[in-house]
Structures are given as C-alpha cells and as structure tokens.
Design a binder for this molecule. Structure first.
Ligand code: HEC
Ligand code: HEC
Length: 208
C-alpha cells in the first residue's frame, strides 16, 4: 500500500465514523421526541395572547342561556333566554337530579318533546351535583377560566378530560335545544376549536 492510499483510507474511515455518530445522535433525538409526545396527550405551546383570545369565544358560549341555565348560582335551574328561575322550582338535590316528585327526568325525557315550551330532552339531563356545583352564572371571565381548570372545582378533570368535555352529551344538547330556543352564539365546531385552543395554549385566565 502506498502512503497516499493509507491517507485516503484514513480520511474515509474518519468521515464514516463522524457520519455514524451524527446519525445515531439524530435517531436518539427522534426517539426522545416521540416518547415525550406520547407521554403528554395534549402538547402545550404556551401563548397567552392566543389563549386569552380563544377564551373570549369560549366565555360567550358558556354564559349563553343554553349553557348557563344548567350552571346557575343557586340550586334551582334557569329557563329561557332571560335566565329566569325554573317554574315550579325543581331543586338541585345532592346528585343534581332533583328531589322527591320533582326529579328532572320526570319531565325531561331522553329526547326533546315536540312543541313550544316543552321540556328539552336528554337521557342524562341534570345539574352538577351539590358537592361540585360548577357555577357559571355571575362569574367574570377571569374567575370562570380559573375555576374550569381547577381539579378541585371541575370534578377532578385533567387536560385530557377537559378537552373531551367539548363533545359531552349535555354540551352537545346546547345545539339541539328544542323548538323555539335560540342557539349558542358560535357553532359547535367553532366552540370546540376555541375550547381546544384555549386549553392547548396554556389555559390563561384573562386579566380582570
Ligand atoms: C342539562 C344541564 C346542562 C346543560 C344544558 C349544560 N351543562 Fe355543562 N354540565 C352539566 C353537568 C351535570 C356537568 C357535570 C358533569 C361532569 O362534570 O362530567 C356539567 C359540566 C360542564 C363542564 C365542566 C365544568 C368544569 O369546571 O370544567 C363544562 C365546561 C360544561 N359543563 C360546559 C357546558 C356548555 C358549554 C354547555 C352549553 C353548550 C353546557 N355545559 C350545558 C349540566 C349541563
Ligand atoms: C314538572 C316538570 C319539570 C321538572 C321536574 C323539571 N323541569 Fe326543567 N323544564 C320543564 C319545562 C316544561 C321546560 C320548558 C320551559 C319553557 O320552555 O318555557 C323546562 C326547561 C328547563 C331548562 C331550560 C332549558 C333551556 O335551554 O333554556 C333547564 C335548564 C331545565 N329545565 C333544567 C331542569 C333540571 C336540572 C331539573 C331537575 C333538577 C328540571 N329541569 C326539572 C319542566 C320540568
């Protein structure tokens, strides 16, 4: 072997070695990235401006009558677009399903009853329970944003459960409210998008 050939071989070996290390490093990086994506169900890209903006849309829906009427400050549900107290005053009860003869399900059937001023229907129609009242009525945007993500006040929901709640049966009921009732101010798709954006950008609460 000539000296020239030895040099060329040495250079080739070095290049191969460098390439091999670089390649194995980059595969290491890929696998760690994949692992961390798996560990966190909802990747969070913190962005307080986008988050607060999305919450403004979320808040409009939460405070609309189709939602707020079941999230009252007191223990009697509300009715109508003016959020008046439910006629005959059915009460929350411990489990949110009413008390004695005034159980929600006595009047609220699994589906909407046809006609004006008839009870809206849903197989699960009830208020949040007495121990976890989830009040929306009277809450400022800042108060409500904080309450929604506090597991002690939201029924122990983590990020994944909160994201899923956009498709909850009683949430969807807001967009199928029965004859003569107005719809929430955004479509369900727009609401879900704003809800998801608010949560995934860090669930920031607006300034008071
Ligand atoms: C029939 C009554 C009823 C209606 C109507 C209703 N909800 Fe609820 N909501 C409940 C009950 C009961 C719970 C508690 C169930 C649970 O935590 O899974 C709840 C829980 C929630 C929660 C979780 C609370 C938290 O702090 O994270 C959100 C968010 C919510 N509702 C949003 C809505 C929206 C949005 C609408 C309207 C589109 C709506 N709700 C309409 C009864 C209702
Ligand atoms: C005696 C029958 C009866 C009972 C019991 C009853 N409701 Fe109702 N509810 C109605 C009727 C009727 C309406 C429709 C009123 C109207 O549109 O004028 C209604 C409307 C509502 C609305 C308004 C829906 C909207 O979108 O504005 C809510 C919220 C509600 N009921 C919650 C409940 C809850 C929660 C319970 C149990 C704690 C309950 N109701 C028990 C008869 C009843």
């Amino acid at each position: 072997m000539s000296l020239k050939t030895v040099y060329i071989l040495a250079i080739l070996l070095t290049v191969t070695a460098i390439m091999a290390t670089t390649f194995s490093r980059s595969t290491d990086q890929v696998s760690t990235t994949l692992m961390s994506t798996k560990a966190v169900a909802a990747p969070i890209k913190k962005d307080s401006v986008a988050s607060v903006k999305a919450f403004a849309s979320v808040y409009k829906v939460l405070m609309s009558p189709r939602c707020m009427n079941c999230h009252p400050a007191g223990d009697i549900p509300l009715q109508g677009d003016d959020n008046h107290l439910h006629t005959m005053a059915p009460r929350r009860g411990t489990d949110g399903k009413g008390i004695y003869a005034m159980k929600c399900a006595n009047c609220h059937q699994p589906t909407n009853t046809p006609g004006l001023h008839t009870p809206p229907g849903n197989p699960d129609w009830h208020l949040p329970p007495a121990t976890m009242r989830m009040v929306f009525q009277g809450r400022t945007p800042q108060q409500l944003a904080r309450q929604l993500v506090d597991p002690k006040l939201n029924g122990g929901k983590n990020m994944e459960k909160l994201l899923e709640h956009a498709d909850d049966g009683l949430v969807l009921a807001g967009w199928n409210p029965g004859e003569g009732r107005t719809l929430p101010p955004l479509s369900h798709a727009e609401f879900k998008k704003a809800w998801t954006t608010w949560l995934q950008t860090g669930a920031y609460a607006p300034k008071p």
